[in-house]
Design a protein around this ligand. Structure first.
Ligand code: AMP
Length: 217
């Protein structure tokens, strides 16, 4: 049996704004897997002002992690909905408690870790604009929208995420170092972690395809 036939469960890790979103959408498109992004799903709940959205809004705005019990329950339910499909999980797990909870219900097959220098990340976030309904991300000077402040496809407004403010980014990077770093170790010890280094997504992408092509194509 090939790994593909087994319905591959892949996970992508990387610091905030390491290009996880960009690499994930390229993977989803090229290999036709379901994208499950905890951040996108939470932002969607906030946008729609659901009970969960109201509960988690303050954490997202301040760049803090949503409590483990809340996010674990939410994401396990979301993953149940796509259990028959190959998926790429993005943004979850972020703590060892989350990684353990996920491992119990659904051990992942592959973990991709994007390694981007922190100074590159901070610079990138200052110039980042997103189209909330689609999750499309623009970077001024690098991947600039055709009309400033507008989405290329729909013409709708782009926003700067509140958690992309410099104070929030610093906070998110600190959290990443202290809380998420052990998640990398967790998967390294399982022997399923593969690291990809680079300063931009275009530098990282060919390394990712070279690794995934033989497995997923
Ligand atoms: P992201 O788009 O993945 O950077 O997520 C944006 C924000 O959503 C984070 O800064 C957290 O506030 C929240 N969030 C997303 N995923 C998780 C998670 N696995 N655990 C806790 N909080 C999360």
């Amino acid at each position: 049996m090939t790994i593909r036939a087994k319905i591959l469960k892949t996970l992508i890790l990387g610091a905030p704004a390491s290009g996880k979103g960009t690499i994930s959408s390229r993977i989803v498109k090229k290999y036709n897997v379901e994208h499950v992004s905890s951040g996108d799903k939470l932002r969607d709940h906030i946008e729609k002002q659901t009970e969960l959205g109201k509960e988690v809004k303050k954490y997202l705005n301040e760049g803090k992690l949503v409590p483990d019990d809340v996010i674990i329950k939410f994401m396990i339910t979301e993953l149940k909905k796509v259990e028959s499909k190959p998926w790429l999980l993005d943004g979850f797990p972020r703590t060892v408690a989350q990684a353990n909870a996920l491992w119990k219900v659904q051990p992942v097959d592959l973990v991709l870790n994007l390694v981007v220098p922190f100074e590159v990340i901070i610079d990138r976030v200052k110039n980042r604009w997103v189209h909330l309904p689609s999750g499309r991300v623009y970077n001024i000077g690098f991947n600039t929208p055709k009309v400033m402040g507008k989405d290329d496809v729909t013409g709708e407004d782009l926003i700067q995420r509140p958690d992309d403010k410099p104070e929030a980014v610093q906070k998110r990077l600190q959290i990443y170092e202290s809380v998420t770093r052990p998640v990398i170790t967790f998967y390294k010890e399982k022997g399923i972690l593969k690291e990809f280094e680079g300063r931009t997504s275009d530098e990282i992408w060919p390394k990712v395809t070279a690794y995934l092509d033989p497995i997923l194509k």
